[in-house]
Design a binder for this molecule. Structure first.
Ligand code: SF4
Ligand code: SF4
Length: 171
């Protein structure tokens, strides 16, 4: 898995132009069944992906923490919300609360498990967002996530194969 993760930057750079062109065409004529197709591809990919051997998302990026996440997690940790925020969070350039450091404080590096799994941020439970409704609005995010998430890289490659006509680009 580590080899795959290490090769992602190169692989995503190689298909970047192609993917931008592909999603541009896809947006011009969005297939009615796109979300259905994405759900199937996502499910198939995660059936064969063992996130516990990867955890690259938890190691390299921070989820956004929304008020409900902060409320739920601080309660779970038996901390006051302001204590939790002071200890772990900071504001990013978009005024969103994110973790102060990476890897995520709540990742157990011994076995890649999440120590707050049942109350983890919504952004974590939805990651990498490839099966979200209105996926067409999330294509930039998917391309960005494919740089760190091998499953997302594979999902985009499979999508281009399953909806190939949309993927044709002019030379
Ligand atoms: S969601 Fe992607 S980056 Fe995160 S652990 Fe699973 S395969 Fe790895
Ligand atoms: S809260 Fe859990 S799932 Fe979310 S980034 Fe941290 S370790 Fe990963």
């Amino acid at each position: 898995m580590q080899e795959l993760i290490d090769s992602l930057a190169k692989k995503t750079a190689e298909v970047k132009k192609e993917n931008i062109a592909y999603f541009k065409r896809l947006k011009k004529r969005v297939p009615k069944n796109l979300d259905y197709v994405m759900q199937e591809i996502h499910d198939n990919e995660f059936q064969k992906t063992d996130c516990l051997t990867c955890a690259n998302c938890c190691k390299t990026t921070s989820p956004m923490f929304f008020p409900k996440d902060i409320q739920r997690i601080s309660k779970f940790l038996r901390m006051k919300e302001h204590q939790f925020m002071d200890a772990y969070l900071e504001m990013d350039e978009d005024d969103c609360y994110v973790l102060k450091s990476a890897p995520c404080t709540f990742l157990d590096l011994e076995d890649n498990t999440c120590t707050i799994y049942d109350v983890r941020p919504k952004a974590c439970s939805e990651y990498p967002h490839t099966n979200r409704k209105k996926f067409i609005q999330l294509t930039d995010l998917a391309m960005k996530n494919s740089e760190i998430c091998p499953a997302t890289y594979n999902i985009i490659e499979t999508l281009k194969t399953q909806l190939p006509l949309v993927g044709k680009t002019k030379k």
